[in-house]
Design a protein around this ligand. Structure first.
Ligand code: ATP
Ligand code: MG
Length: 393
């Protein structure tokens, strides 16, 4: 069977000593996980790079999966050949015809670690280019040494030669697992899945927490959250723990006992309190939310300050400076958008006050909360919660 070799490049900035070792180990592990259901896939790291080898028929699928792995900067399908000029020219031609549209320009660049090879690196490039020009239709492609559309790289090593051209962009970021653990407040909306994705992009492992107001929010609303979790799990490269928190009683109590215009503020103070408790139980170092300043009444700076006031764990808000348009664009790229726009209620919409307070005051929130037994409500909500493990595939 034909095998396809894939070269996987990662960013090396700031990678020194022990960090480097951990980073590569984690990335290799995550890549193996991404390819785990592709029979015969083999992943290994040598010479400061990671390589994957799959059956040629699976190459398209493998490349698509690898592009999604955080920490991967770019990818190239690689051809392995005999370290001889004719074989190299043949491989370079295949690269050219696959990777360069007609009218495009190319350059051949050689590196040689096998110093016993009879030609120097520039000599190899020239010899391969000369042979290539005899084989290709020269009206279709141009050579350009300064700003080529396609660079074809040749590496001559002791055990053989490698030729690669076509480069695909990776997801960038850091491998998930390099950056600690955090708890994502995941609603069924557009924003929070994007926040989760951005957390993972910086190497953070996430767990998710969702507040539901069953029976006011139905099974369909839950299913939507599960679907978002499957997507997050796929990008994380690991199963995702989802904390489903029973929030109905808290909402009813707020609704029955407190001024309506403070409803959202108080509700969100409870969400934060519960999240902080769960985070501490689960060794999560921070919360992540999909908040963006000014987007809605509960996200003015005054609101955020009043809500944040009840906890001490750090809250990360990776969308804080983004417009809705930008967030939607990212949601589409991530694949969460179509799930998020499904029209099922969430606990915020069920109990939405007509005129939410845009500039809530901490003293007022505290005063209103005196009508509630906070600790008891928290204990009860957590006692009725469940933890699910959600796996992408
Ligand atoms: P999203 O699109 O993420 O729902 P939003 O624009 O609707 O955000 P809010 O409803 O004010 O904004 O929620 C702000 C943030 O609070 C969300 O991004 C999410 O992190 C968290 N959140 C809101 N509702 C819930 C919920 N039911 N369960 C868990 N987290 C929630
Ligand atoms: Mg929402």
């Amino acid at each position: 069977m034909d095998r396809q070799l894939i070269l996987i490049r990662y960013g090396e900035l700031g990678l020194k000593g022990k960090n480097r070792h951990l980073f590569i180990g984690r990335l290799t592990h995550n890549i193996r996980y991404a390819l785990r259901d592709i029979a015969g896939a083999n992943v290994y790291s040598t010479w400061g790079r990671i390589w994957a080898e799959v059956e040629a028929a699976d190459a398209g699928l493998a490349l698509a999966r690898l592009q999604q792995v955080f920490g991967v900067y770019s990818l190239s399908p690689v051809m392995r050949t005999e370290p001889e000029v004719p074989a190299l020219a043949e491989a370079a031609q295949a690269m050219l015809e696959q990777g360069l549209p007609v009218g495009g320009s190319f350059k051949i660049e050689t590196r040689r670690s096998d110093k016993s090879f009879p030609l120097t690196s520039p000599e190899i490039s020239r010899a391969v280019a000369n042979l290539l020009f005899e084989r290709i239709d020269t009206t279709r492609y141009d050579a350009d040494m300064h700003d080529p559309d396609l660079r074809i790289d040749i590496e001559v090593r002791g055990e053989g030669a490698y030729v690669y051209g076509h480069t695909l962009k990776g997801a960038g970021g850091l491998p998930v697992g390099c950056g600690g653990r955090a708890l994502l407040l995941l609603s069924g909306g557009i924003d929070s899945p994007v926040a989760g994705m951005l957390a993972m992009k910086r190497g953070v492992v996430i767990e998710a927490i969702h507040y539901h107001s069953f029976p006011f929010t139905g099974e369909k609303a839950k299913e939507k959250v599960y679907e978002l979790c499957r997507l997050l799990s796929a990008r994380m490269g690991a199963p995702l723990q989802l904390h489903m928190v029973y929030f109905t009683e808290i909402q009813k109590q707020i609704y029955a006992n407190c001024r309506e215009e403070y409803g959202i503020t108080l509700m969100r103070r409870f969400m934060y309190r519960i999240a902080e408790r769960v985070a501490k139980q689960r060794d999560c170092l921070a919360l992540y939310t999909g908040e963006s300043v000014g987007q809605v009444a509960s996200q003015t700076l005054e609101s955020i300050a009043c809500i944040n006031d009840v906890i001490s764990i750090p809250v990360m808000r990776p969308l804080v400076g983004m417009d809705k348009e930008e967030i939607m664009e990212r949601a589409r790229a991530f694949g969460s958008y179509d799930i998020s726009i499904l029209p099922y209620e969430d606990c915020c919409t069920v109990f939405l006050p007509k005129y939410p307070k845009i500039k809530p005051r901490r003293e007022e929130a505290e005063k209103l909360e005196r009508a509630l037994n906070i600790e008891q409500l928290l204990d009860e909500a957590l006692a009725k919660s469940e933890i699910l493990t959600i796996d992408a595939r």
